[in-house]
Design a protein around this ligand. Structure first.
Ligand SMILES: CC[C@@H](C(=O)O)C(=O)SCCNC(=O)CCNC(=O)[C@H](O)C(C)(C)COP(=O)(O)OP(=O)(O)OC[C@H]1O[C@@H](n2cnc3c(N)ncnc32)[C@H](O)[C@@H]1OP(=O)(O)O
Ligand SMILES: [Co+2]
Length: 137
């Protein structure tokens, strides 16, 4: 694990959350991106070496829609940058963590990502991510 790459925060309304986080952090979001296969629209803020990823559900089946219904707005996941995502997946699987996919999949902001089931990681949804360019090299 290299660093915390981003914190994912589930929000009801991305436009309103963008305004709130722009005031809070003193910077505008540098990017807004939809990832349809995850059922989310995201916006990203830089905070030093890390990032805040705001997540709005783009359909009722989205993990974010379910999360908001059960738990309301707030921190949804912690994403760690890793140097070698396949090696890290194997290490974590061998340690007993439950991966939510067998292969990394395209995420937002030029990353490939994989999630660990929160029931296997102390109640916190964990995302591993790696630059897509490095992954494909
Ligand atoms: C934009 C792409 C990417 C990026 O590049 O950064 C993203 O960040 S996408 C973010 C959205 N995508 C995901 O979250 C994908 C991974 N998540 C899942 O596959 C599912 O959400 C899940 C974790 C498997 C849960 O799905 P499911 O079992 O269908 O939902 P339930 O609501 O029934 O939850 C079961 C159980 O797990 C608890 N839970 C759910 N989400 C979280 C969470 N974020 N953190 C902690 N715990 C969570 C939920 O409360 C249920 O627990 P109990 O109520 O105790 O049974
Ligand atoms: Co994320």
């Amino acid at each position: 694990m290299r660093k915390i790459e981003h914190l994912g925060i589930a929000v009801n309304n991305l436009e309103e959350a963008n305004e709130l986080y722009t005031k809070l952090l003193g910077v505008e979001p540098y990017k807004q991106e939809s990832v349809e296969r995850e059922g989310v629209t995201t916006s990203f803020f830089k905070v030093g070496e890390s990032k805040i990823e705001l997540l709005e559900a783009s359909n009722p089946e989205s993990p974010i829609a379910k999360f908001l219904e059960k738990r309301g707005q707030g921190i949804h996941h912690i994403a760690y940058a890793v140097d070698d995502i396949k090696a890290e997946m194997k290490r974590l699987q061998d340690e007993g963590f439950v991966l939510l996919s067998d292969e990394p999949k395209p995420g937002a902001d030029g990353k490939v990502v994989v999630f660990l089931h929160p029931k296997s990681s102390g109640g916190v949804l964990v995302e591993l991510c790696m630059d897509q360019d490095e992954y494909e090299a």
